[in-house]
Design a protein around this ligand. Structure first.
Ligand SMILES: [Zn+2]
Length: 285
């Protein structure tokens, strides 16, 4: 493993902390290194909060002071941004900090940023390398890239199923078809998504709450939106756990007709809520 790969792996670990928390922005991580020593780390915590590079710059400033940044190398999992959004462009922050080299894993496919960082940084005298751990970074960013390319969210299909293909137990038996370890995995999976989709039949029969119930998994993020597709939304039982169970506030669920009576929404309308990662669970109907 080269040094660049080693440090980028650390940046990827930082980026993973943001999965499920950053929509509509992607999860990004950064580390800053000088003379082979790790000076600071950062990850993007939420939209509107500083980007990963700026979090890492602040970490170094706090721990070591401004001089430590002179000549340092910044490893970041996504090409630094180059236009003003809700935060100033990271390319300018890196230039102002006086770092010597920027290494990023993959190009940002957002049309406002794609490929622009290299020219801005090299013009300012900063060496730039890209493509380090690219495949791994792109895997982490698949939901973000899918929304950019199609306007549609990344969807994960999840189903609990027995080896003989059953998805429920016979009437009168325990409601769970899965064991504790599988349900713990589901909690982890829920923490990576913005919304959980299910059907009216599942709400009626299985009585799920579809919430994140592990407090540590809720740190820095709200409960996912719970979206119910139903042919008869008016007959959904409002006393069902999905609508009443704590700690979910009643305000974070959406009921949608599974067969809309109006024309199908344009594909960009369907991405409008910017739910990047959705998680589908449920019986048909
Ligand atoms: Zn940025």
């Amino acid at each position: 493993m080269t040094n660049d790969t080693h440090w980028m792996q650390l940046a990827l670990l930082e980026a993973r902390k943001g999965v499920g928390k950053t929509a509509p922005n992607p999860p990004v991580g950064a580390v800053i290194v000088h003379h082979g020593m790790l000076l600071g780390t950062g990850w993007h915590r939420a939209a509107g909060r500083p980007h990963a590079e700026c979090e890492a710059l602040s970490d170094v400033l706090e721990q070591h002071g401004r001089d430590a940044l002179r000549g340092a190398t910044v490893y970041v999992t996504l090409e630094p941004c180059s236009t003003c959004g809700r935060t100033p462009p990271c390319t300018q922050s890196l230039i102002d900090a006086g770092v010597a080299r920027v290494v990023y894993a993959c190009v940002d496919r957002h049309p406002e940023h794609a490929g622009r960082a290299d020219a801005l940084l090299t013009t300012a005298g900063i060496a730039v390398s890209s493509g380090v751990c690219r495949d791994e970074a792109e895997r982490l960013l698949r939901p973000y890239f899918k929304v950019l390319a199609t306007g549609l969210p990344w969807v994960i299909w999840k189903s609990a199923m027995s080896l003989d293909g059953r998805i429920t137990r016979p009437p009168g038996e325990d409601r769970w078809i899965t064991g504790e370890p599988a349900r713990a995995d589901v909690q982890q999976l829920r923490a990576t998504v913005d919304a959980i989709l299910t059907s009216g039949a599942t709400v009626r029969h299985d009585q799920p709450a579809l919430t994140i119930r592990v407090p540590e998994l809720l740190e820095g993020r709200p409960q996912p939106w719970r979206v119910v597709f139903s042919d008869a939304p008016e007959s959904l039982p409002l006393e069902a756990p999905l609508f009443t169970a704590p700690p979910a506030p009643r305000s974070n669920w959406i009921v949608a007709r599974s067969r809309p009576r109006t024309r199908r929404p344009h594909r960009h309308d369907r991405g409008r809520r910017r739910l990047f990662r959705r998680f589908v669970r449920g019986r048909p109907g």
